[in-house]
Design a protein around this ligand. Structure first.
Ligand code: NDP
Length: 316
């Protein structure tokens, strides 16, 4: 039978490119989990995705109610779940003051980490029930959260500290909106921190569930896709210079189509079944298992993050 894959944030950039790549194989039905239904419908049509190869369902990761509602709707639709891709993200690089989710958490960590954390935990049951030969749960990581790379060392550097800000609820007004508890808000750092959370969560899922369930847990850095909407809030000069900089100087640039193929590989390639891995690609576009920074692979931090996150999303 066809596999069913849920991709969050499939209305643009990498998510859309991967949705298209998977739907085109004819082996996958893609559930596009998006906050803006109309935008997603236009994007799928604009990308030339065949009618019937995808279903759009509403999901706003900035609201835990919406996450639960999405899970209910998905279950009611009666489809199996064979693969889940936690891809959606927001990036507010120039923000100097926080904005908040419906539940009152700082937006970057709320959407990129907490919304996905709840979604992944709830849908784990559905993945477990699937009879598909290779079930996978994928969470997008990034080089920018990895301080063992050049890109990861561009300030402000990621760092979760002792997680005191997260434990305090990332509220901003009565505490800190930053995970490490710093008083001042930095939108670029909040994004990088959320990506460390994504990579730590993938590894903690692997440790807790891989052996028992056989599900493959993976993360990836798809390359620098300098043209996506992720950079929409950056200053205009940055948006102008970033793509050529990545193309000609760092040579890390990948097109949206190429990055979509990479993510599609992690979903369906029979050779990428290893669990607990952070995939990257070399300049010849061959995948390899990449190393994570010390912080992004710290099991004690992953456990603590897991426990605090469970409380914040109402699972504990
Ligand atoms: P885009 O901005 O193009 O896409 C992000 C997607 O997330 C959009 O579909 C957006 O929806 C969706 N989204 C944002 N907020 C919410 C929300 N509250 N609820 C549901 N969906 C939401 O970015 P990219 O394609 O570049 O990024 C995709 C992933 O790849 C991210 O996880 C990012 O961290 C990762 N990544 C990207 C890199 C790059 O160079 N671009 C490099 C490394 C990793 P809408 O269309 O409605 O805005």
């Amino acid at each position: 039978r066809q596999g069913v894959v849920v991709i969050t944030g499939a209305s643009s950039g990498l998510g859309l490119a991967a949705a298209k790549a998977l739907a085109e194989t004819g082996k996958w039905h893609v559930v596009m989990a998006c906050r803006d239904f109309l935008k997603a419908a236009k994007a799928a049509k604009g990308a030339g995705m065949a009618e019937g190869s995808y279903t759009i369902m509403h999901l706003d990761l900035a609201s835990l109610d919406s996450v639960r509602q999405f899970v209910d709707n998905f279950r009611r639709a009666g489809m199996p779940l064979d693969s889940l891709v936690c891809n959606a993200a927001i990036y507010r690089p120039t923000a100097r003051s926080p904005t908040f989710t419906a539940d009152g958490y700082e937006m970057s960590v709320g959407v990129n980490h907490l919304g996905h954390f709840l979604l992944a935990r709830l849908l784990l049951d559905d993945l477990q029930k699937s009879d598909y030969p290779s079930r996978r749960l994928i969470i997008l990581g990034s080089i920018t959260g990895n301080t063992n790379t050049l890109a990861g060392n561009i300030p402000p550097k990621a760092g979760l500290g002792d997680l005191r800000g997260l434990a305090g609820g990332l509220r901003g007004q009565n505490g800190s909106a930053m995970i490490d508890g710093s008083e001042s808000f930095d939108g670029a750092k909040a994004y990088k921190d959320s990506k460390i959370c994504n990579m730590l969560t993938m590894q903690e899922l692997h440790r807790r569930y891989h052996e028992e369930t056989g599900i493959t847990f993976a993360s990836l850095y798809p390359g620098c896709i300098a043209t996506t909407g992720l950079f929409r809030e950056h200053i205009p000069l940055f948006r102008l210079l970033f793509p050529p900089f990545q193309k000609f100087i760092t040579k890390g640039f990948v097109s949206e189509a190429e990055s979509g193929k990479r993510l599609a590989q992690v979903v369906s390639d029979p050779s990428l079944t290893k669990s607990g891995v952070y995939w990257s690609w070399n300049k010849d576009s061959a995948s390899f298992e990449n190393q994570l920074s010390q912080e992004a692979s710290d099991p004690e931090k992953a456990r603590k993050l897991w426990e605090i996150s469970e409380k914040l999303v109402g699972l504990a």
